[in-house]
Design a binder for this molecule. Structure first.
Ligand SMILES: *[C@@H]1O[C@H](CO)[C@@H](O)[C@H](O)[C@H]1NC(C)=O
Ligand SMILES: *[C@@H]1O[C@H](CO)[C@@H](O)[C@H](O)[C@H]1NC(C)=O
Ligand SMILES: *[C@@H]1O[C@H](CO)[C@@H](O)[C@H](O)[C@H]1NC(C)=O
Ligand SMILES: *[C@@H]1O[C@H](CO)[C@@H](O)[C@H](O)[C@H]1NC(C)=O
Ligand SMILES: *[C@@H]1O[C@H](CO)[C@@H](O)[C@H](O)[C@H]1NC(C)=O
Ligand SMILES: *[C@@H]1O[C@H](CO)[C@@H](O)[C@H](O)[C@H]1NC(C)=O
Ligand SMILES: *[C@@H]1O[C@H](CO)[C@@H](O)[C@H](O)[C@H]1NC(C)=O
Ligand SMILES: *[C@@H]1O[C@H](CO)[C@@H](O)[C@H](O)[C@H]1NC(C)=O
Ligand SMILES: *[C@@H]1O[C@H](CO)[C@@H](O)[C@H](O)[C@H]1NC(C)=O
Ligand SMILES: *[C@@H]1O[C@H](CO)[C@@H](O)[C@H](O)[C@H]1NC(C)=O
Ligand SMILES: *[C@@H]1O[C@H](CO)[C@@H](O)[C@H](O)[C@H]1NC(C)=O
Ligand SMILES: *[C@@H]1O[C@H](CO)[C@@H](O)[C@H](O)[C@H]1NC(C)=O
Length: 759
């Protein structure tokens, strides 16, 4: 068959898979494209589903609520929309040619008449630089170039609406514009409610839209049709401010900038905008004596005003871009050692997960910032809005471990401090620090959602993991008694777990859950290692023997009579589930469970996989992407590992979802369940922080040759685990089968084509 035919067939296949996407999407068209994703309240996306150009709809908050963000480019007098749907008459639509995304950037290439416009949305990731990481701002950089060899007169316009500050468009906003070296529009609610949320939007704080004040730059605030109409008519704005403060939807006030680029032929440098949302104080936190402490974002330790922070942020773009590119390529290189599918999943997960946390500091008695008092707070986005949920930090843990393990400590500290204050009445670990972000007000009544084995195990496992990764013993020394208290609970309740919830609370409670027992037993062993590190030899050996004895008994109780798999719950022979909690045994190198258990599970999963992965357990066909990937990190063969990773990739790239990476989905239909934009996707980095060597053969024989460990070069944070961190070789057998699958598909299509032609 001729090369031409092959090429034609491949194009057909491409169109068939991505029916509505007629631009080049690299690496694929995601469920939702991250635009400005840096905090629980700066969380702006472009919903895709089967595909949407940058100017096919409005950007939305993670909930789907519209946040007005518009962009025009005027070329030789003709105005084209490139961002949002501002919809004024007399404008045309730029045509999207290209969408490319990495861990930090989403880049759109659009054609508008005689020019090509590149819109680059950069949400910086700066995990080891706490000032920069805590700045809740993102960049939009726009550049243009002639696409027909001719020179063109070009003006670029962009605005935001007041929808960035509330979910209730009937509320009154006020605003102003500062005109220094940087032009800054600020908009806030007239009547703010500190620490309050409405439909997941903060009901206090300001949105900022900024650009560099250079020649040819103008600004204007006012009604959408007026400001946009001015640009369309003239290509410049009037440098005027509308001071009739009113409701968000009352003659929709917008905050615009225009840049006159004059005559353009070669590619221009970037025209820079930044968008942000800042609250102060950011979080209220319960301290001793039931008192509430105000906590502010870390960047205040460096900047006296938000304007000063924005000015530096704008000036830092070139550096920020090169830091971002270095980060992106480090992640790409580390994750590609597992597989290219895996690298795609990781790249789509990082911004989403990091935007669920905020780095804070407190003030000393004299009013100065105390940068020794760093705590990080996490919003359990989408599922319920809890603060620092232990069983949400736990699935996301690999992200923090990979980017900067200290971030993990800053997340655990508020949980430890609260429980060390003696205000929490239960003997097991608290579930979360408060029911509504950003109010970390504790649960002094002890009536938080009880997940005793789950949370005790998580705290012990994460604490040991942090200590192993950094060598910093401050947590295990300061909170030794609490850690030991939780261990007593695990010793009492983890071999025969009582009827209780696990982190997968949507699946309901159940007695004797094997996966909970796994977590509890590893938790006991983790405390043994902690005791060992602090020189408490008798406790170390006592807990170590308890863990070994439990592990033995567990295998008797939990293995199905067929000997083919663990059950979901003791005694229910036909049940099974993803034993994802085994991941902790690999992560910590605790070796609680024998290699034969891993091999048994590895062989089992491929028997029960659906199109989009292995179901969470036998009660339902749904699963969680983060547990698929954790399980992939426990696989003993490249076959099973690739099966699990590629299933998540197939789901994410299917075009079936239009929400920010939903971790909970159906393995048969590929449909996303209720969750979206959650921190759990941080768990997709699981294989980057564990020594996950697999055998290249699909057989589960322990004697098969382990793949060459390629040795991931280490995280951007260059943490000093000393432990060897090897990603392992590409899944050769899977690649082989993919090639085969393509060949078969090709043959089928060719035959079909031949038949059509013959008919
Ligand atoms: C893609 O299709 C849409 C609608 O069918 C159209 O407006 C747009 O111009 C097309 N883009 C390309 C790059 O062909
Ligand atoms: C699309 O983007 C990719 C990656 O940035 C680039 O290699 C390619 O040249 C772009 N295509 C076009 C048509 O600009
Ligand atoms: C939105 O604000 C308006 C005006 O203050 C108020 O009447 C209405 O109840 C608010 N809606 C919600 C859902 O809070
Ligand atoms: C406007 O400017 C004043 C003075 O610079 C400032 O205090 C205020 O917070 C600004 N923002 C708004 C939205 O009024
Ligand atoms: C301000 O908001 C609070 C709480 O949302 C509300 O009780 C109060 O009536 C509002 N005040 C005005 C003047 O709108
Ligand atoms: C139109 O723009 C020019 C500069 O390009 C300016 O001199 C003129 O005042 C503007 N006219 C209006 C009506 O805005
Ligand atoms: C915390 O901040 C709020 C809002 O600024 C303020 O009303 C409250 O008094 C502060 N609380 C403390 C303890 O400083
Ligand atoms: C952090 O930001 C500052 C100014 O905004 C910049 O000078 C510095 O280079 C940044 N650091 C990193 C690591 O990006
Ligand atoms: C700063 O915070 C640290 C850690 O919480 C605390 O030990 C120290 O006392 C604080 N410093 C002051 C001056 O309050
Ligand atoms: C849990 O498993 C143990 C050991 O097999 C058994 O004795 C107990 O009855 C089970 N509990 C429930 C509620 O099924
Ligand atoms: C810690 O474990 C190591 C290795 O098993 C052992 O040699 C050492 O004696 C233990 N130390 C304590 C204090 O338990
Ligand atoms: C081992 O730990 C358990 C649980 O704390 C305790 O009941 C038991 O007495 C300990 N055994 C020894 C020998 O210390």
């Amino acid at each position: 068959m001729s090369l031409l035919v092959v090429v034609a067939i491949f194009s057909l296949l491409h169109v068939a898979v991505n029916a509505a996407v007629n631009w080049t999407a690299m690496p694929f068209n995601p469920p939702s494209v991250p635009l400005a994703v840096r905090s629980p309240y700066l969380n702006t996306w472009l919903a895709q589903g089967t595909g949407a150009q940058l100017n096919d709809g409005w950007p939305t908050f993670w909930t789907g609520a519209i946040v007005g963000w518009a962009g025009y480019v005027k070329v030789d007098g003709t105005t084209y929309t490139f961002l949002g749907v501002p919809g004024n008459s007399g404008t045309q639509k730029a045509v999207q040619k290209n969408l490319t995304w990495t861990s930090t950037e989403s880049t759109f290439l659009m054609t508008a008449g005689g020019i090509d416009l590149t819109a680059n949305f950069l949400s910086p990731v700066n995990p080891t630089h706490l000032v920069n990481q805590s700045l809740p701002f993102s960049y939009l950089a726009v550049s243009v170039a002639s696409n027909d060899g001719n020179s063109h007169s070009v003006q670029v316009y962009s605005d935001i609406s007041a929808e960035w500050i509330t979910s209730n468009d009937s509320l009154v906003a006020n605003w102003n514009t500062t005109t220094g070296d940087v032009l800054i529009h600020e908009v806030q609610l007239a009547n703010e409610s500190v620490f309050a949320e409405l439909s997941d939007r903060a009901q206090y704080g300001s949105a900022y839209y900024s650009t560099l004040n250079a020649n040819g730059v103008t600004y204007q605030t006012g009604e959408d049709t007026t400001v946009r109409g001015q640009f369309i008519a003239n290509g410049t704005l009037l440098n005027t401010q509308d001071t009739e403060f009113r409701a968000v939807s009352d003659r929709w006030p917008v905050f615009g900038f225009a840049h006159d680029l004059g005559t353009v032929k070669d590619a221009t440098g970037p025209i820079l905008f930044s968008v942000g949302h800042v609250r102060d104080p950011a979080v209220e936190y319960i301290v001793a004596g039931n008192a509430l402490q105000n906590r502010s974002l870390y960047f205040w330790s460096q900047y006296p005003t938000v304007d000063a922070a924005i000015t530096d942020f704008m000036a830092d773009y070139d550096n920020a871009l090169s830091v971002a590119k270095a980060f992106d390529s480090q992640v790409q290189s580390d994750a590609s050692k597992v597989s290219s599918s895996y690298a795609d999943i990781v790249a789509l997960s990082i911004r989403q997960a990091l935007a669920t946390v905020e780095l804070t500091i407190s003030k000393d008695g004299d009013g100065s910032w105390n940068t020794s008092d760093v705590m990080m707070f996490l919003k359990e986005i989408s599922s319920d809005g809890d603060v620092n949920t232990v069983d949400v930090i736990s699935p996301a843990w690999p992200l923090f471990l990979y980017t900067n393990p200290a971030l993990g400590k800053y997340l655990l500290l508020p949980l430890f401090e609260y429980q060390a204050s003696g205000q929490y009445p239960n003997q097991w670990s608290v579930h979360d620090l408060g029911a509504h972000y950003p109010q970390a007000t504790g649960h002094n009544d002890g009536k938080d959602e009880a997940m005793p084995v789950e949370e005790c195990g998580n705290m012990l496992i994460m604490t040991l993991s942090y200590t192993q990764a950094t060598g910093d013993q401050s947590l295990i020394k300061t909170y030794y008694n609490l850690l030991d208290q939780w261990t007593q609970f695990l010793i009492a309740d983890s071999l025969i777990p009582a009827d209780q919830l696990s982190t997968d609370n949507f699946a309901g409670s159940l007695a004797n859950q094997t996966n909970l027992a796994v977590k509890g037993i590893i938790g006991i062993k983790a405390m043994s290692s902690i005791a060992n590190m602090t020189g408490d030899a008798s406790r170390a050996s006592n807990y170590s023997s308890i863990a070994s004895s439990y592990a033995q008994q567990f295998l008797q109780l939990a293995t199905s009579s067929s000997g083919h798999h663990l059950t979901l719950a003791y005694g229910n022979d036909s049940s099974w589930g993803l034993a994802y909690n085994l991941y902790a045994d690999k992560l910590l190198n605790t070796q609680v469970f024998s290699e034969s258990l891993y091999q048994m599970q590895d062989s089992w999963y491929s028997n029960v996989a659906n199109t989009y992965g292995v179901p969470l357990d036998t009660r339902h066909t749904y699963t969680e992407s983060n547990w698929e990937i954790w399980t992939a990190a426990t696989a003993t063969t490249s076959h099973t590992r690739a099966l699990l990773i590629d299933a998540v990739h197939a789901y994410a790239s299917s075009g079936l979802s239009s929400v920010p990476f939903g971790d909970w989905y159906d393995t048969v239909s590929g449909k996303t369940q209720a969750f979206q934009a959650r921190p759990e996707v941080g768990g997709h980095l699981a294989l980057l922080v564990v020594n996950a060597s697999v055998s290249a053969s699909a057989s589960s024989s322990s004697s098969s040759v382990a793949s060459q460990a390629t040795g991931a070069s280490g995280s951007p944070a260059a943490s000093s685990t000393g432990a060897s961190r090897s990603g392992s070789a590409r899944a050769l057998s899977w690649d082989g089968r993919l090639v085969l699958a393509h060949a078969v598909l090709l043959m089928l299509v060719t035959v079909g084509l031949g038949w059509v032609i013959a008919v």
